[in-house]
Ligand binder design. Structure first.
Ligand SMILES: [Zn+2]
Length: 89
């Protein structure tokens, strides 16, 4: 019987034929999806695709780009947002 945790969708299952001739199921953690821009939905660069437990071990500078709206908006949307805010004043 499979472990209850392996029944979750966050584990990828693959059937392999082992040298003895038997078929065994190998399980592997699924990589999380990339972070998306809050406006256009494009995948963000500079953000590692890691599970939370590994993400926590990183330095703050490795988690998101160091610019305004870094890790929330892509560079194009950031530029447009800042231009809009400047024109409103
Ligand atoms: Zn965007």
């Amino acid at each position: 019987m499979t472990k209850p945790e392996y029944k979750s969708g966050s584990w990828k299952k693959r059937k392999l034929k082992v040298p003895g001739g038997n078929v065994k199921t190998h399980v592997k953690r699924v990589r999380p999806k990339s972070a998306k821009c809050g406006v256009c939905g494009k995948p963000l660069h500079g953000i590692p695709r890691l599970r939370q437990i590994k993400f926590r071990g990183l330095a703050k500078t490795q988690k998101r780009p160091e610019r305004p709206y870094g890790g929330i908006l892509c560079s194009n949307c950031m530029r447009k947002t800042i231009q809009k805010k400047v024109l409103q004043i």
